[in-house]
Design a protein. Structure first.
Length: 427
């Protein structure tokens, strides 16, 4: 087509007015010919509305698992990771070709991307089998090689899970790799939304195999989703969630819906991609220990104490064992009021025998996705604080965070040491 000045002005108007989507189809959504055809119809329907669509595809059905079984059939001869990645990537590399063909059969102009080609956008490090995308380089290549296709009405079809190292070798991104690819593309093209098409109606409140009453969530914040991932739920891998742009919503829908605007679960927000150490409370903190035989076995005690704390203060952290409960909360002018209220609660119950208060503490937090992939970090923090004579009055780990309570006078030194630990400067 001859690109006249008039053509370019029309393209410019379309670019400004049309909605941009990244749509990822999971393997179950492409399991057979009928599902591939249906997925292509869904994309064609959105393209006919004038939407700009980028498609990310996983390997069809269980193809990746089948390839894995083929190359690992002999446990005595485990293949080199670069060879393994080259084989495993074939699932997605086949999917893009099949899906682009299905789109063309629907009358949609499509172009598939393959890691062997110079315009391939997802560049990774050489940590083969679990490669990490080099984000800035990926975004640059998305802007250079993917955005122009959208401007001219072409649907790019890109293999998820697959990357290419800076040396030009095929790599795989690991579990959640297709979602990772979708999130990076969305950031690079400044998409309005990411749609994840799967065999579920959305994200459920529990595993329906374990809890039959589980229901679909209408909305979930990405930080809550990270907490579920840390607890073993792997609907979206936490590695992929590192790449989600906080300004781009993600919607999870079932492949059997009639269009890509169907309701599902909306994932909102974003997370820090770096592990960092922060001083969480600008004021001093106190630790209140409630002691008593089997005290943690009585939920009424915990419930009433938390209610009293909420009335008069806020709760920074909580830890427990069989014979004690420890509450961490701000130390402020109303401390005596909340202490009196808590004391009144424990006097009601025979299990609680006494309370003690440790004042003048500082509340530090280590947080960030990737923390759970940093083995030994708790030990290194404890070790270096001990070597500098800093006592830890409490440590709580939860959902990609480590909460640390130290003496107020030690907070600056503790903050410096903990930052050095997470940066790898102290081993």
């Amino acid at each position: 087509m001859l690109r006249t000045e008039s053509n370019l002005s029309v393209v410019s108007v379309l670019k400004q007015s049309s909605k941009t989507l990244v749509v990822k189809f999971g393997g179950s959504s492409l399991r057979d010919k009928d599902r591939v055809s249906n997925a292509a119809r869904l994309v064609a329907k959105e393209a006919a509305k004038g939407k700009r669509v980028v498609v990310v595809v996983s390997a069809m059905g269980t193809m990746t698992d089948q390839l894995m079984n083929l190359i690992n059939h002999d446990s005595a001869n485990v293949p080199d990771k670069t060879d393994s990645d080259d084989v495993l990537a074939m699932g997605e590399r086949t999917s893009v070709r099949v899906f682009a063909t299905a789109l063309k059969a629907q009358g949609v102009e499509a172009k598939y991307f393959d890691p062997s080609e110079p315009d391939w956008p997802i560049i990774t490090d050489d940590n083969f089998s679990d490669a990490n995308p080099l984000l800035e380089l990926c975004l640059q290549r998305v802007r250079e090689n993917v955005v122009p296709l959208l401007d001219w009405g072409t649907v790019p079809v890109i293999a998820g899970f697959v990357g290419r190292s800076t040396a030009g070798k095929v790599s795989t991104i690991g579990r959640g790799g297709s979602d990772t690819t979708a999130f990076i593309l969305a950031k690079g093209i400044r998409a309005d939304e990411v749609v994840l098409v799967t065999d579920a109606d959305g994200i459920l409140s529990a595993d329906p195999k374990l809890v039959p009453e589980a229901r679909k969530l209408e909305k979930i914040d990405v930080r809550t989703l990270i907490g579920l991932a840390d607890s073993g739920t792997k609907f979206i891998h936490r590695k992929a969630l590192r790449y989600k742009d906080p300004d781009i919503p993600v919607r999870v829908i079932n492949h059997n819906k009639s269009d890509l605007e169907a309701e599902g679960t909306l994932i909102t927000g974003g997370i820090s991609t770096e592990v960092e150490v922060t001083w969480e409370d600008t004021g001093q903190v106190m630790a209140i220990t409630i002691a008593g035989k089997g005290i943690s076995e009585n939920p009424e005690i915990l419930s009433e104490i938390v209610m009293e704390i909420r009335k008069h203060s806020s709760l920074d952290g909580l830890s427990e064992n069989f014979n004690s409960l420890i509450f961490y909360l701000p130390q402020m002018g109303g401390s005596s009021t909340v202490l009196t209220a808590i004391h009144g609660v424990i006097m009601k119950f025979g299990e609680a025998s006494a309370m003690a208060v440790q004042r003048n503490l500082a509340f530090l937090k280590v947080k960030g996705v990737g923390l759970e992939d940093t083995p030994g970090i708790i030990g290194r923090i404890s070790s270096h604080l001990r070597e500098h004579g800093i006592n830890i009055y409490g440590m709580i780990t939860i959902a990609s965070s480590i909460l640390v309570f130290v003496g107020w006078d030690d907070k600056e030194t503790a903050l410096r040491l903990m930052k050095q630990v997470v940066r790898g400067e102290l081993q």
